[in-house]
Design a protein around this ligand. Structure first.
Ligand code: SF4
Length: 418
């Protein structure tokens, strides 16, 4: 393992819950519906996170269980049954229905797995009903995707055919581009999970080689492994270097000739390194503090330090899977502080003490930190932006350069008015 110092802390947290990932999951699988079984707080969160979606009839819904509905457990189950049936009558195009649990105590008491099982019996295969938890007690926002994918795995068929399985939601255009590159290198059978239609699930087995596109799929990769798939060890595809190594690892797993790999990837790498130059000028030697939220923090820190010259003060992550993160951890500079978990007050104190030039954090912390004069970047924006792959390295750097430029401009204005 690298010379990174792996530390842990627990305490009050300030992160979004797993319900947030519904926003990108329902975009990915338009034939799926996410029914949040939760309170008005959950409804509010999901609607504000989804922004414009509330003006059209969204493909995710919120079953709001009022207290009177929850007077007895039987009532809550009945109410949920009624909401689902009503929904499926109105929306016959729904192929997969996810019942998503949340954290109000009334909801925790409902056995969603049993509700799903009963509904599956009644619906007799016309719609598949699954369940997982998006609760803020159990999940941070990207872990919602891990839960949804894990729920889909038992529905995947068995096949020992050789295939490359890209696992994790990517923007469709980015994914198309990556698949084209793999095909040019000679990898033929490439599938994605989650697929673009919830019913189009790939079959898996001994010939499946899994290449993770996102670092927050611990449970999913564990279960794919249990089904016989091999996990390709690689850094995550953020930045030119990371994406290059990611693609090279896949090529190696499929015994693709090195010269072929170089012919396809080297021109891209050179172009991308050149495109990064102007951003390096802005980012070089700037101090960066990453607060834990998305689990993208470690690969991002690796990219921003190695390819953009930023100095890492602390790299927070809500959860650390050491095995999965090993290739990224090994590339971090010696003695980088990696902090798993959160004690938000202590972490904010360390931010104030270390005076970073940029803080990557959740939306809830960004405003107060900005008010104290810090430049911030919302980690949630990174999950919604097409940042994966060699080609996207400059766009990824731009996301971090922008708040620094804005801050500089503001300071200049303030100085000229002084
Ligand atoms: Fe809040 Fe929990 Fe609902 Fe998430 S699941 S919005 S944390 S009440």
């Amino acid at each position: 393992m690298s010379g990174a110092q792996l530390l842990k802390e627990t305490g009050p947290r300030e992160v979004f819950c797993g319900l947030t990932s519904i926003v990108w999951l329902h975009r990915r699988m338009p034939d799926a519906f996410f029914l949040v079984v939760g309170s008005r707080t959950c409804a509010h969160l999901i609607q504000s996170a989804a922004g414009v979606m509330i003006f059209a009839e969204p493909r995710f819904g919120t079953a709001i269980l009022e207290e009177r509905d929850l007077a007895g457990l039987a009532d809550a189950h009945e109410e949920l049954d009624r909401v689902v049936k009503n929904l499926l009558e109105r929306r016959p195009e729904i192929k997969t229905l996810f019942l998503v649990g949340s954290c109000p105590s009334e909801v925790i008491k409902i056995d969603l797995a049993r509700v799903a099982e009963n509904l599956n019996k009644q619906l007799m295969g016309s719609v598949r009903v699954l369940n997982y938890s998006g609760s803020g007690i159990e999940t941070t926002f990207t872990q919602g995707e891990d839960g949804a994918l894990k729920a889909l795995i038992p529905l995947m068929g068995e096949s020992n055919e050789d295939q490359l399985l890209l696992v994790g939601t990517l923007a469709n255009a980015v994914e198309d581009r990556l698949i084209k590159l793999f095909e040019r290198m000679g990898i033929k059978n490439i599938k994605s999970f989650p697929p673009r239609q919830s019913t189009d699930l790939p079959s898996i087995g001994k010939g499946t080689k899994v290449l993770l596109t996102q670092p927050y799929l611990t449970e999913t990769q564990r279960q794919l492994k249990d089904r016989g798939a091999e996990i390709i060890e690689a850094p995550f595809p953020l930045g030119a270097e990371g994406s290059h190594l990611w693609m090279k690892s896949a090529a190696k797993a499929f015994s693709i000739d090195k010269t072929v790999v170089e012919t396809v990837l080297n021109p891209l790498l050179l172009r991308s390194q050149k495109a990064l130059e102007p951003y390096k000028e802005i980012l070089k030697d700037k101090k960066l503090f990453l607060l834990p939220e998305s689990q993208l923090e470690i690969p991002l820190a690796r990219f921003l330090s190695r390819e953009c010259g930023m100095k890492l003060v602390e790299v927070g992550t809500p959860y650390l899977n050491r095995e999965m993160m090993k290739p990224d951890l090994e590339l971090l500079p010696e003695n980088t502080v990696v902090m798993e978990g959160q004690h938000v007050e202590k972490q904010l104190d360390r931010v104030r003490e270390s005076h970073p030039d940029l803080v990557v954090c959740g939306m809830g912390l960004a405003n107060p930190l900005e008010a104290e004069g810090f430049s911030t970047k919302w980690s949630i924006e990174l999950v919604f932006s097409p940042i994966h792959g060699i080609d996207q390295a400059a766009d990824l750097a731009e996301l971090f350069a922008r708040p620094l430029r804005r801050h500089e401009l503001l300071n200049k204005k303030l100085l000229s008015h002084a």
